[in-house]
Design a protein around this ligand. Structure first.
Ligand code: F6R
Ligand code: ZN
Length: 197
């Protein structure tokens, strides 16, 4: 592990260079339970199970003071009416924030906290979203044919808590309606909480 300052690059084709990155790929089958239209998801899994998103990050020791940064690459597509999206998570250490900087494509960052508030922010090239401590976050690709690429930075000791979101989903869904994104209430949000946790 490098213990000195270092630099790396992001190429025009939006991949990292001059660094050893770690790559995570999530297929639609890894996102079971996250999309509302389960039948549509299973059909897409059956006909090829496409990659929904990839994360390239530069590993660092998971201790306070270090930062983890990298690229999140969300492919275009829909499951039923819901755009391809990330699983979404709280940071295990709730007091840790994150920065998202959009490099390419178009989408949204959907956020909510444990006090019942929610917020959505637009992601277009040049926009920066500050995810405040304690806010769960999920990115959504609302463009029908382009990748949504964001650069992120977060404290290396943050950890990822997927359980709370897997149990009850986000309060809001982002659906494609007349080829435009619309934020609507998640009808299953309360009902699904007790039985799935
Ligand atoms: C890290 C972070 C991003 C996401 C990535 C994939 O804290 O927010 O790097 O991890 O966009 O999303 P998830 O982790 O929700 O599958
Ligand atoms: Zn995060």
């Amino acid at each position: 592990m490098i213990e000195h300052p270092f630099s790396f690059g992001i190429s025009p084709s939006l991949t990292l260079f001059d660094t050893q990155d770690r790559k995570i790929q999530r297929k639609l089958s890894d996102l079971r339970g996250h999309f509302t239209d389960r039948a549509a998801l299973e059909e897409l899994v059956r006909v090829g199970d496409p990659i929904a998103y990839e994360v390239l990050d530069v590993p660092r020791p998971e201790r306070a003071g270090e930062l983890i940064s990298g690229l999140s690459i969300l492919h275009p597509g829909v499951v039923g009416a819901e755009y391809f999206m990330t699983k979404g998570h709280f940071h295990s250490v709730r007091g840790t924030a994150e920065i998202y900087y959009c490099l390419s494509g178009a989408g949204m960052l959907l956020m909510e906290n444990e006090q019942g508030e929610w917020k959505s922010e637009i992601l277009t090239p040049g926009r920066v979203v500050y995810v405040a401590p304690g806010w769960a976050h999920r990115s959504i690709n609302t463009n029908s044919d382009q990748r949504l690429v964001t650069f992120f930075v977060y404290p290396a000791n943050a950890g990822h808590d997927y359980g709370a979101i897997e149990g009850r989903g986000f309060r809001k869904l982002v659906l494609r309606k007349n080829d435009r994104p619309e934020v609507v209430d998640n009808p299953h949000w309360r009902a699904s909480a007790p039985e799935q946790r």
